[in-house]
Design a binder for this molecule. Sequence first.
Ligand code: S3P
Length: 430
Amino acid sequence: MSDRIEFKKAKRLKGEIVPPPDKSISHRAVILSSLAKGKSIVRSFLGAEDTMSTLNAFRKLGVKIEDKGKKIIIEGNGIRGLKEPEDIIDCGNSGTTARLMSGILAGNPFFSVLTGDDSLRQRPMARVINPLKEMGAEISGRGGDKYLPMAIKGRKLKAIKYAVPVASAQVKSALLLAGLYADGETEISEPIKSRDHTERMLSSYGAKIGIEGLKIKIKGGQKLKARNIDVPGDFSSAAFFIAAALLIPDSDITIKSVGINPTRTGLLDVLKSMGAEIKLTDIRDISGEPVADIHCKGGKRLNGVSITREQIPALIDEFPILCIAATQAGGVTTIRGAEELRVKESDRIKAMATEMRKMGVEAEELRDGISIKGNASLKGASINSYRDHRIAMAFSIAALTASGTTTIKDVSSVNISFPGFFQMLRKLSR
Ligand code: S3P
């Protein structure tokens, strides 16, 4: 794929699509199947760069994994069945791989090193290193235990009670996985509920876990049982098409089999409160996760909104596309309490403010968020995506509503979470 793409204004989006399988759930399916005893089959696995980082990590740890495209067959040897890797483990661009693996490796009696690409090596790791040290892990990272590479010498861990300072499913999950290796009961609490796929999946693999509000308890030494699992469609990938359909008049699309776990769908609530027409049908359950078909129609007037800290975790990955939706809403939209967005695959607050301004939007970067003046007439521009998949996809949607031609650079990053994104967009705009 050429690493830049050009767009012109689209007339409408029409048709039906199935989004790629959920990235978070695909990571976790590989992880828990690798730690379970026996053969697990993961159907509708997301074969994207991020999830392949997790799959390759477990191969390096001696787990037999057969990759048949969308179907993955994993022969787990139990939580004590991993082997010392012969080389460093490269987590690529994937924060989920690096952080969740750190929790597992901390409890395994061998030496391992985790690293990642230029972006991941700048992302904060103290948030997992510090609590894992409290559990007794021998673990250190570059820059005074702040960054990857991270070296881990696994030890016998002890259970701790830990209040995670920022709402982060990655940190919570790392500690729950470490808790499987700890003596006693680990208790984790989070300030605001983050995505709960790990909790749901741990119990479906047979682990006992206690959940009381924002507190989660897990006892060490539990065994996981192999199982077959189907991965639902990724709401965070569907989000780009939901917004596109709302912003391009005359659009009418159906997105099939999308995960609607309430810890992920904050964007739906926000868009509805802005006045959007979105309908969910055929609500069902797939492997312990709620799923629906989503129908969206364009052309309705949207109103700006104020979004506060409590709303952020459930729409954390939708910040870029929400910013684009806000440019077309009446009035000003402000998003606060979102400083976490500064330490994602790129500084997404800065990236969105800078690049939206190039398209003629009045956007103000705030320390913890952004303020966007709506009813903007977007004009084509040359957009830097900062090699961040979600920035590249958000501006692709913006480009479809803009006059003139928009060029987006470094778009191969979409393969991190959504191989086939541009083809799907083309199919709907025909
Ligand atoms: C993820 C958790 C979130 C999210 C990321 C995937 C996960 O990160 O932004 O894309 O799979 O657990 P944080 O835990 O850093 O908020």
